[in-house]
Design a protein around this ligand. Structure first.
Ligand SMILES: [Zn+2]
Length: 351
């Protein structure tokens, strides 16, 4: 799952301020920057804030964008002629871009693509050869870089090697740079984004009106944007806290309206935490209380949990596939209850 922020533009999220300064200070030596970090920490907004700073007419003393000049306003409206923004069709609305029919085709009639198509890369290369409209700098922003396929990466190769004067690239990605194509990675300066400081993340979630921020932040692996997306999709802290008890009782009614990819993700996290509990480690996504209700850690539970983890991973790989509609929430919950009982002493086993 890729998580974007809504519209933040000229300023990055509070936990990324230091990384932005680092990138602005260090980016003089490179025309291509690869921003990477967990996808729910704000890498897209960070890349936009960088582009805004490079294009701003009156940058602040710390080199960040002023937020109110014509360039900053055009960028906020996504109409800046010197910014070429590439995202997959499926992310256009989230990135603040109009959702258009492409090549005259009505995209509402099919599932929007999650990949960056080579035609989009070629359009960006055409953009590079044009003269900048407003200043001396032009920026190509591509997100998420992990969705560029080998043909697209090869098309970029020459331009990344010898970019036209004044053109800068910023790629953002939510995976390790090691999993990107070497042709792309090796031509970029890397900028890693950290997981946010917990206090900053909780304060930000509170500002967004999120209750039980600590529960949803844990549920999302410490990624605040993922936590916010989770709450906005209807899965709040109370629902997360209630999940272990519902699974133990085999109660699927309250989970029936969770989208299957979300339910499978939650089951994977629950299974993961039970494996940690079985070997005496602290859980990551659920409270220690929820995990220890069933009793002390029991290593023999690991066999059943490992089998379940493998099954869930296979399901997750196709979680958005249409045939999943046939897979019912009841079946998943009933299976979960069975596994938890089989795993025995370390798990809830209430009737
Ligand atoms: Zn400005």
């Amino acid at each position: 799952m890729v998580v974007l922020t809504e519209r933040e533009t000229c300023r990055p999220l509070p936990w990324l301020e230091a990384a932005l300064q680092q990138a602005l200070n260090g980016a003089h030596h490179s025309h291509a920057l690869l921003v990477h970090g967990p996808s729910g920490t704000g890498s897209f907004g960070f890349a936009l804030a960088l582009a805004a700073a490079w294009l701003c007419e009156q940058p602040s003393a710390d080199q960040t964008a002023c937020g109110h000049c014509t360039s900053c306003r055009l960028l906020a409206a996504r109409t800046h002629p010197d910014l070429h923004l590439i995202v997959p069709e499926a992310l256009r609305a989230e990135a603040g871009l109009p959702v258009e029919a492409q090549d005259g085709e009505d995209v509402r009639k099919r599932k929007p693509s999650r990949e960056i198509r080579v035609e989009q890369i070629r359009a960006a290369l055409d953009f590079c050869t044009l003269t900048a409209s407003r200043g001396r700098t032009k920026v190509v922003l591509i997100h998420p870089a992990e969705q560029i396929n080998a043909i697209g990466a090869n098309a970029l190769l020459k331009t990344l090697e010898e970019p036209p004067a004044g053109v800068r690239f910023v790629f953002s990605c939510g995976v390790s740079p090691e999993s990107l194509l070497p042709t792309l990675r090796s031509r970029c300066q890397l900028q890693r984004l950290p997981l946010p400081d917990r206090a900053l993340a909780l304060a930000w979630l509170l500002d967004q009106g999120v209750k039980e921020g600590d529960v949803v932040l844990d549920a999302s692996g410490g990624e605040p944007l993922r936590a916010l997306a989770m709450v906005r999709s209807g899965l709040d802290g109370a629902a997360w806290r209630a999940l272990p008890d519902r699974l133990a009782r085999g109660d699927a009614t309250a989970l029936a309206d969770w989208p299957l990819p979300v339910l499978i993700d939650a089951l994977q996290k629950y299974c993961h935490d039970h494996m940690l509990h079985a070997i005496g480690c602290a859980p990551r996504y659920f409270s220690a209380t929820a995990l220890s209700q069933g009793g002390p850690p029991v290593r023999s539970a690991l066999m059943a949990l490992t089998r379940w983890a493998i099954e869930l991973r296979e399901l997750a790989q196709d979680a958005e596939h249409p045939w999943h509609a046939a897979l019912s929430c009841e079946a998943l919950v009933s299976h979960a209850q069975g596994v938890l009982r089989e795993a025995g002493g370390s798990i809830h086993s209430r009737p």
